[in-house]
Write a protein that binds this ligand. Structure first.
Ligand code: HEC
Length: 110
């Protein structure tokens, strides 16, 4: 029950920030810590299906091609799961999913 409250408040926060987010997606700032956390969570939980460093996604979707404007869809799919992908809402905190989004958007450029 705790996590659904967290999801509800996350969705509310996302909706509240929507205009700003849409406006400044490229300019959105994130901390190096978020990127690092995202990379770590990705390596632990996501890489078995989506490929190490997002490079070899096998049957799962290629996250390098995930539409950059669809942050809400990313958060929903990760929290609730999608088809063959298990839901992560019980395992990951909203800030973890945010860190994953930073990682996916910032990519493996560095
Ligand atoms: C057990 C394998 C598996 C694991 C582990 C996994 N995924 Fe997935 N993921 C999939 C599959 C399969 C799909 C394709 C689902 C579909 O569209 O049918 C997918 C799709 C996605 C999508 C696209 C959803 C959409 O809206 O189209 C995102 C984003 C995603 N995964 C993120 C993650 C993240 C972040 C993690 C780690 C927390 C993760 N996945 C871990 C199998 C996995």
């Amino acid at each position: 029950m705790h996590s659904s409250i967290a999801i509800a408040s996350l969705v509310a926060a996302v909706l509240t920030c929507a205009p700003a987010a849409a406006q400044g997606l490229q300019a959105r700032t994130f901390t190096p810590e978020q990127l690092k956390t995202g990379a770590e969570i990705y390596a632990r939980n996501c890489s078995p299906c989506h490929g190490a460093r997002m490079l070899d996604p096998q049957g799962a979707s290629d996250l390098r091609k995930f539409p950059r404007g669809e942050r809400e869809r990313f958060i929903n799919s990760v929290m609730r799961g999608k088809n063959q992908m298990p839901p992560w809402g019980d395992l990951l905190k909203p800030e973890d999913v945010e860190a994953l989004w930073v990682y996916v958007v910032a990519g493996e450029k560095s």
